[in-house]
Ligand binder design. Sequence first.
Ligand code: NAD
Length: 334
Amino acid sequence: NKMIVTPLTKLLGIRIPAVQGGMQWVGLPPMVAAVSNAGGLGVLTALSQPSPDALRVAIRETRKLTSKPFGVNITLLPSINPPDYAGYARVSVEEGVKIFETAGNNPGPLIQYFKSQGCIVIHKCTTIRHAKSAEKLGVDVLSIDGFECAGHPGEDDIGGLVLLARAVKELKVPFIASGGIADARGFAAALALGAAGVNMGTRFMCTVEAPIHQNIKEKIVASTERDTIHIFRSLRNTARVYKNKVAMEVVEIERRGNAKFEDIKDLVSGARGRLVYEKGDPDLGIWSAGVTVGLINDIPTCEQLLKDLEKGVEEIVAGMNKVVVSEGSASCPV
Ligand code: NAD
């Protein structure tokens, strides 16, 4: 069994260049440890913890579950209750976390803080412009998030194929591909586009270890790529979420025009969305999902998932090599 060795695996000390993306209410210790134990990079979602002190406990809990590297995600977006970002950052550093994923608006101070503490920063963004300014701030890796992604794709609507092809021309630091990746073909395509690895969120939600209700995993399996929708377009805080009754109601209110956040606040609150994962009813609130719901057909363990991806990528790459060397072949490589 060959390994996929990239600047990301070397920098982070992981076996397979797959990062588990920040996922509100899902990036909890059991998820993170499962991904890291399987050879990828698990990432704790800071804001899924009610306070910096709770994050401290979660970091310690994760350490008990894995001896492998893992990271902490801090996402800076509009929130109903403004979080103590600096507090989450400080306790993580105090607890010895060395890898951070930052995302969202005005990440400068956070990136500078982590770099001043000698940490590795993966910054996720949805435009080349933002990627280049993060590069200037000294980030180690960029996570280039295409329009296919779950959650916030920004407002430019550029799909992963073009965004990654632009990234490889414009960026100096290694980057990983995010959004739209859930199988070996997508993974191999990301590497072909120059990425040093991939970020996956929705795919990891649909694993045995994901700390969400079985019904929601089965709902993902049963879904097609047409089962997500954007909310918050009119507020310029676009988010791709599962297309359920609540999401349709939000979009309906937005379509009437002049909607204010207050008009939809009770429908979209994260506290309500969390109940979806707890109770297993996909219509209870808003929950993030990428278009990859259309590619996900099983609920493997993280170990099995990453092994299958690794093997699949190798086979695809080998098949492509064959096409490149064989004369006159214009057929599909695999
Ligand atoms: P929340 O209950 O504070 O807000 C729910 C949703 O409404 C979020 O998408 C938020 O961005 C949006 N929102 C809040 N205030 C807004 C405003 N004034 N204008 C426009 N949109 C507004 O969110 P939560 O579920 O408790 O999550 C806390 C934070 O984490 C939010 O900023 C959220 O966007 C972010 N988040 C992070 C991840 C991640 O992967 N790290 C995933 C999803 C959401």
